[in-house]
Ligand binder design. Structure first.
Ligand SMILES: [Zn+2]
Length: 237
């Protein structure tokens, strides 16, 4: 009994929680209350960051396309030169992309079966050769670059450097080679009707805003690689 009395004298309150009244604890309490807002702001920022990372390649692609439109020179789009190992010889001095080789020869064969004789005049042209053509013919004809560009692409801007372009003539009317009059030949009429079956398309038709009409110049669009190369050209027509 005596012992109990002694204890009561001290009157110690048990488990009295006083820490929340301490100034540091008040700060902690406030932090705990506003922490969900910080978490929310942080999450939004992180999500935006992830979205930007994911969208970045597409944004770059878009600006690349826009840049390409702007990078047209005298009406011609830029084209890379195909590596030599992708070329195959189909005539003396006429090389084409290996992917269009079969289709091109099949087209000539089918034309022949219909009594039409196609001649392949020019296929792949290196940027160096295109350079010679563009500058030598320009000076021979005493033309300015802009005039010459209507009938010949500047070096680095020719479909011929891709290996997917082919200039075609009529074996029975060679005087129309590289001339607008080629459109009056049987070969041209046959091509207009049948070339699409073999994935060939006239590159510079009468509606082209930039380049003069070239009825002899056809390009191959029968592979994904070719379609990619000519995507800008098809889109801007
Ligand atoms: Zn051509």
């Amino acid at each position: 009994m005596k012992i109990n009395k002694d204890i009561n004298q001290f009157d110690i309150p048990l488990a009295k929680r006083t820490y929340l009244d301490n100034p540091n604890s008040i700060l902690l309490k406030k932090l705990l209350i506003i922490s969900p807002f910080f978490f929310l702001i942080f999450s939004i920022a992180a999500l935006r960051g992830i979205r930007n990372i994911e969208l970045e390649p597409f944004i770059n692609l878009k600006s690349y396309d826009e840049r390409n439109y702007d990078y047209r020179i005298l009406g011609h789009l830029p084209y890379d030169q195909i590596p030599k190992e992708k070329l195959v010889l189909i005539e003396p001095n006429v090389e084409v992309h290996i992917d269009m080789h079969d289709s091109l020869l099949k087209m000539r064969e089918e034309a022949r079966n219909d009594g039409i004789y196609l001649v392949f005049l020019s296929g792949y042209r290196s940027i160096n050769l295109q350079n010679d053509i563009f500058y030598s013919l320009k000076s021979i004809r005493n033309q300015e670059a802009a005039e010459r560009a209507k009938v010949s692409a500047p070096p680095g801007y020719s479909e011929h450097s891709t290996g997917f372009a082919i200039d075609i003539g009529d074996a029975t009317q060679r005087e129309t080679d590289f001339e607008t009059e080629f459109e009056n030949t049987q070969a041209f009429r046959w091509l207009s009707k049948n070339a699409a079956k073999f994935h060939f398309k006239l590159s510079f038709n009468k509606d082209n805003r930039y380049v003069d009409y070239e009825p002899w110049h056809w390009r191959y669009e029968g592979s994904i690689e070719a379609l990619k190369i000519f995507e800008n050209s098809n889109r801007s027509l």
